[in-house]
Design a protein. Structure first.
Lengths: 481, 148
């Protein structure tokens, strides 16, 4: 493997100059301190590999939470020309539309402090989670296809939440172009069993409390009113359905790799021209998975509302659990950006990256149009999250994208070794976080030191201007698979 | 010749290596067929307590690939779907035909039963990343990285 040359551009940007088959440079957003850690894994090489792909526009980007992924790095962003460019399942990831939503409430932490344990255990009982967890509803295939076409709207139509929730969901919780006929029977079968489940691994549902407000105006527009306010964060995706879609298309694209008129530096980068049958079919199937994930998070939110009402014995109005926003962080989308002085449609891949649109963007709902798009950055288990807001700079520099989370630094096996003999649940309790998980292994794999420091990641995107800090949230209760 | 992995106690079938956020497997076999069946065995040895799996079901496997590596990925992909999609836990694999593009074999096991079986680890996908199959002086060696 050839050594990757990295050149510092300014305080927060590093460039990989184009060499070999690279069509454009790579640009990594990071800090001096974090670049030290990044250098030791293969992710800069992956940033360079993405630059080999046809139709890539301007540069291959990586966010500060970058770490190694399959094909594209996690934290990678790349836009492709609609005529000459490609679409790649590896540029989206296995868990299509893995994402986060945050709900605000009218509650203050002091009001629920004494019932926190009951709340967490009731969430744990009522929200299916864990390895291979199956949902409480078994969908027929024809009903599942409706989910795939309509996304969160299907959930709302079936009694899970209200139409106001759709306004506060990226793309209204429904991606255009979804065609269930492009999806395999295998994906349908896996999807049918798992709708309405949280999953395992790094997915979670967390009760958090506003700890610090950085921008009062924007926070107020987002409904984040005061320190101590209770919010809920849900991190989940398209479950086995998305995995199967990704795997099916990877298999068929790898099979056709020799028919492409360019060479790939890594099989896991398998792709198809956007403007080809296979490319269009993947897009249509990926959109189905995106819709599945939005329906899934909508259902998880609905059950969370029910748990809060029952446990606290308060009315929905008193609790006021309102969806602030829902963002996806594994997706490919057709969006318009200023490129060479003109607005141009491109296919943006965000793999472990979040859309961060600026104030005034037409894709934003009225309530946020003046301030910009809410961005939710979940931390590692039990540390809490950040709410940021999109900027003009992200729009012009990173195809309207910012980071997505803390980013793993320690492998799962190493994390397990590091946590041997420790009670992670107890350690979290000492930090005043009640954690409940179906598997002990999950807790060990997800220990805080396995992740980059979320504060450092968010600092980089804030200072580089890719999004601005609005509020910091502290976790108080967490359920995991 | 059919190779039943549980009868091969002469040496290690596989070992686990470290890879950020993922599960790396190095797989061994005295010949290529054994390498493939040991790879499939490894998946289920990681997913569950394999001794609790009885043989009640049998599935025929016919797999194609563009080369040995692609064939290994496609084979494991198929095996993994039998669990993720159909709920089958498998423990015995016999491969009757194998060249660099085709595989014919059988997998045996039973349906997952939550009163009887325990899921220790979820394997979500088998990837192409750094996949390798090669013959060494001491036998066959394979390398595969799984998303967990």
């Amino acid at each position: 493997m050839s050594e990757i040359k990295i050149k510092k551009l300014d305080e927060y940007r590093w460039m990989i100059p184009p060499v070999g088959g690279m069509r454009v440079p790579g640009i990594i957003y990071s800090s001096e301190e974090m670049m030290g850690g990044i250098g030791s894994d293969e992710s800069p090489k992956q940033v360079a590999n993405v630059a080999y792909l046809p139709g890539i526009v301007n540069y291959s980007l990586a966010m500060p939470d970058m770490h190694w992924g399959y094909g594209f790095p996690i934290g990678g962003v790349a836009a492709f020309d609609m005529k000459e460019g490609i679409i790649s399942p590896g540029g989206v990831g296995y868990d299509i539309n893995c994402g986060v939503r945050i709900m605000t409430t009218n509650l203050q932490f002091d009001e629920i402090k004494n019932q926190l344990h009951d709340l967490v255990s009731s969430l744990f009982r009522n929200i299916p989670a864990g390895v291979g967890s199956k949902g409480t509803l078994k969908l027929s295939i024809s009903e599942e296809k409706k989910v795939l076409r309509e996304g969160a709207k299907w959930a709302v139509n079936n009694g899970y939440g209200s139409s106001n929730d759709l306004l506060a969901t990226e793309d209204g919780g429904k991606m255009e172009g979804a065609d269930p006929e492009s999806v395999s029977d295998r994906a349908l079968e896996r999807g049918r069993q798992q709708l309405g489940t949280l999953g395992s691994g790094n997915h979670f549902l967390e009760i958090e409390v506003v700890e610090e407000i950085f921008d009062e105006n924007v926070a107020a527009a987002f409904g984040l009113e005061s320190v101590g306010q209770v919010v809920v964060v849900i991190h989940s995706g398209s479950r086995g359905f998305g995995y199967q879609v990704c795997d099916d298309f990877l298999a068929s694209m790898v099979k056709n790799i020799n028919k492409l008129d360019f060479a790939l530096p890594d099989r896991q980068l398998a792709c198809a021209y956007i403007n080809s049958d296979e490319g269009r079919r993947y897009f249509a199937a990926m959109a189905c998975a995106a819709n599945y994930a939005w329906a899934n998070r909508q259902m998880l939110m609905h059950w969370t509302r029910e748990v809060f009402e029952k446990t606290l014995q308060k009315s929905p109005r008193e609790i006021g659990m309102r969806l602030l926003y829902d963002v996806c962080h594994n997706i490919a989308k057709v969006e318009e950006f200023p490129i060479d002085g003109k607005m141009k449609k491109v296919c943006v891949h965000r793999k472990g990256a979040t859309r961060a649109f600026p104030p005034g963007h037409p894709a934003l709902p009225d309530m946020y149009r003046k301030v910009g798009q809410p961005v939710i950055i979940p931390g590692d288990m039990g540390t809490g999250s950040y709410v940021l807001v999109g900027t003009e700079k992200a729009f012009s520099e990173t195809f309207g994208s910012t980071c997505h989370g803390a980013g793993r630094v320690m492998s799962r096996t190493r994390a397990k070794k590091a946590s041997r003999g420790r009670s992670i649940q107890r350690e979290m309790a000492d930090r005043n976080v009640i954690v409940m998980a179906t598997g002990k292994g999950t807790l060990q794999e997800e220990i805080p030191e396995a992740y980059k420091d979320i504060d450092a990641v968010v600092d980089v995107v804030h200072k580089a201007g890719l999004s601005k800090k609005v509020a910091k949230l502290r976790a108080v209760g967490c359920i995991k698979g | 010749m059919n190779v039943k992995p549980e009868t091969l106690n002469s040496k290690l079938k596989y070992s686990i290596f470290d890879h950020t956020a993922d599960l790396g497997l190095e797989i061994y076999g005295k010949d290529e067929k054994e390498l493939f069946s040991n790879a499939a065995f490894a998946l289920f040895d990681i997913i569950t307590n394999i001794d609790d799996v009885d043989i009640k079901e049998e599935r025929k496997l016919v797999i194609e690939g563009s080369d040995r590596e692609d064939l290994l990925v496609n084979f494991l992909r198929e095996i993994l779907y039998m669990f993720n999609g159909e709920g089958l836990l498998l423990r015995e694999f016999s491969i009757s035909e194998l060249d660099s593009h085709h595989l014919i074999g059988e997998a045996r096991g039973e349906y997952f039963d939550q009163d009887k079986h325990r899921i220790n680890e979820e394997i979500k996908a088998v990837t192409y990343h750094q996949v390798k199959v090669r013959e060494t002086p001491g036998g066959w060696k394979g390398r595969i990285i799984c998303d967990v």
